[in-house]
Design a protein around this ligand. Structure first.
Ligand code: GLY
Ligand code: MN
Ligand code: MN
Length: 496
């Protein structure tokens, strides 16, 4: 249906899309008056808070305590233009969703210092669309175009935080002179507004402001390092949906062979959209030599019998927690001897890495354990000249393994990336941390240092591991890891 088909609309604007640039559309007075009336009251009352409201309250209290007397601005982010008047799918900024439980666009959480050394915390949100001035159906962001939003009262009840109309945000931020920090990079207008408030006159002062924002980002990532019980449950939901997505892919392998890696990507995406919000990162569906490209997301290559398929994919929940899992599987259902040899070395490296995940162990331990196994294997195969200690010291194995063995996992796939090095990269593991263990070997198709038969083989095995009081739990244990188990799993699922 187009607008001009509506009763009473004038016919001088023969376009379907609304104007998003603020130009009013031509509408008769009669239609405008008629559209503003006759709508039922749909306000939802007596709403119960969402499950995570207690957790978000505690997180806000922790952040408040870290920055007494200062204003903190945490934007959700804005829609990003894809082309003309269409936008990319929206994904709320991690810190915003972590502190509010909200995932809608255009909002902003503001901590304003109160007289007791704490903060008044207000969530500024888009309110329901105005029905008096026609914005709800004429503006391109009105609710009849984009869907009903929660009223401010509904959002306050659901999220357990006071709400206010986002149109009052600028004035609120300008209302008093107080040290202000913002989570930058999500809302250009708010970044600019805060810059304007600071009015830094010289380089030193600008550097000081940059430090303020950086400290806020670092603190938020520090706070997110250890997951609470609710977060662990969300991550398990993400992983479980991901396991089902991998099984979908196996059942769809015949169609992938008839088409391309895109069929693998699309099959997994269906699962991600049905069970979650999206994929947590671009799916890597890499068959044959494409598996030697670490972040192969073009996914436009063929899927051939006899090749390995490396699938690195994760479902992101509607609450924005993502899995990050890789399996490398023979398309035919059976590894060749050479593929198995490579696979089994990567598996041994992963076993050693997972065994090194435990509370109190350094974060670097699992990486070192995996790299040692890879280096030993590569020396034994004659690809690297020993001794192993020399290889490890010089990092020579990296020619064939390229990347680190894992990373923190949570709302971001590479989670808590700016947390303090002393508590993360050079810190010790603690119960509640979740990380990936993902060794790999990649023999490039044009690498003359390896025997020809190895060229074009890429293998990665990636699991999501929770640090527990006792040791660890492999959250993605629903998928097979050893070569024999992968084959048995394929045999049960591959269509005959
Ligand atoms: N999927 C990207 C990674 O494994 O880190
Ligand atoms: Mn991955
Ligand atoms: Mn990963």
């Amino acid at each position: 249906m187009s607008e001009q088909q509506r009763p009473g609309a004038q016919t001088d604007a023969p376009v379907f899309s609304p104007r998003k640039n603020g130009q009013a559309q031509s509408v008769s007075d009669e239609l405008a008056a008629w559209m503003s009336t006759g709508w039922a009251d749909t306000e939802l009352r007596d709403l119960k808070p969402v499950e995570q409201a207690g957790h978000t309250a505690r997180r806000r209290a922790a952040l408040s305590a870290a920055f007494p007397g200062e204003r903190l601005v945490v934007p959700a982010g804005q829609l990003l233009t894809r082309s003309n008047d269409t936008e990319y799918p929206f994904r709320a900024a991690t810190a915003y969703a972590y502190l509010t439980g909200d995932t809608s666009d255009g909002g902003c959480l503001v901590f304003s210092p109160d007289s007791d050394g704490g903060h008044d915390v207000v969530l500024y949100l888009k309110p329901r669309s105005n029905r008096e001035n026609g914005e709800f159906w004429l503006g391109g962001y009105g609710e009849l175009w984009t869907g009903r939003r929660h009223s401010l009262d509904e959002a306050a009840a659901l999220l357990g935080v006071p709400t206010a109309d986002v149109t009052g945000l600028t004035e609120a931020l300008r209302s008093d002179a107080v040290t202000t920090r913002i989570v930058r990079g999500h809302d250009a207008a708010l970044d600019a507004l805060v810059d304007g408030l600071r009015a830094d006159a010289d380089e030193d002062s600008r550097a000081g402001s940059a430090r303020l924002d950086e400290e806020l980002a670092v603190t938020l990532d520090d706070h997110r390092l250890v997951k609470d019980e609710w977060e662990v449950a969300q991550l398990q939901l993400a992983v479980d949906a991901t396991v089902r997505g991998f099984e979908d892919v196996v059942r769809a392998l015949p169609q992938a062979k008839d088409t391309s890696e895109r069929f693998v990507e699309g099959t997994f995406f269906l699962r991600a959209r049905v069970e979650g919000n999206d994929v947590g990162y671009g799916t890597i569906a890499a068959s044959g030599a494409n598996a030697t490209t670490l972040h192969w997301t073009r996914n436009d290559g063929p899927v051939r019998e006899g090749d390995l398929l490396l699938l690195d994919a994760g479902v992101e929940t509607t609450t924005l927690y993502t899995a990050d899992v890789t399996r490398t599987m023979p398309v035919s259902g059976t590894f060749t001897d050479l593929q198995r040899k490579v696979y089994d070395l990567v598996f041994a490296a992963q076993e050693a890495g997972i065994a090194a995940v435990a509370p109190g162990r350094p974060f670097t331990a699992f990486h070192e354990a995996s790299q040692r196994v890879l280096a030993e294997g590569l020396v034994e195969w004659g690809l690297l000249e020993g001794p192993v200690e020399r290889v490890l010291e010089l990092g020579l194995q990296r020619r064939y393994t390229l990347h680190g063995t894992g990373h923190m996992l949570g709302m971001d796939v590479h989670d808590c990336a700016v947390s303090r090095q002393e508590v993360h990269l050079y810190g010790d593991l603690e119960p509640g941390m979740v990380l990936t263990v993902e060794p790999g070997l990649y023999f490039q198709p044009d690498d003359l240092t390896v025997p020809e038969e190895l060229r074009g083989i890429g293998v990665r095995i990636e699991d999501d591991v929770l640090v527990t009081e006792e040791g660890r739990t492999v959250m993605s244990a629903g998928l097979p890891r050893s070569s024999a188990d992968v084959e048995a799993w394929l045999a049960e699922r591959l269509p005959r």
